[in-house]
Design a protein around this ligand. Structure first.
Ligand SMILES: [Zn+2]
Length: 66
């Protein structure tokens, strides 16, 4: 199941943690590779170890827990 993070200002990067763009519906893993969603709202920059979000209100983040 998905455990959603309540405080959207936090940008954790760890195994099993994902960012979901509500504009285009893409889900990006928070670590492991450079990736960006279809509408470019969310950018995971693995080289620099950061997550950039243009519109935080259109993003949810969650941890996949068993
Ligand atoms: Zn998007």
């Amino acid at each position: 199941m998905r455990k959603y993070l309540q405080d959207s200002r936090e940008r954790p990067r760890k195994e099993g943690f994902f960012y979901e763009c509500l504009k285009c519906g893409d889900i990006l893993p928070s670590i492991g590779k450079n990736s960006r969603c279809t509408c470019h709202n969310v950018l995971v920059d693995d080289d620099y170890g950061r997550v950039s979000i243009l519109d935080p209100l259109a993003v949810r983040s969650f941890e996949e827990v068993i």
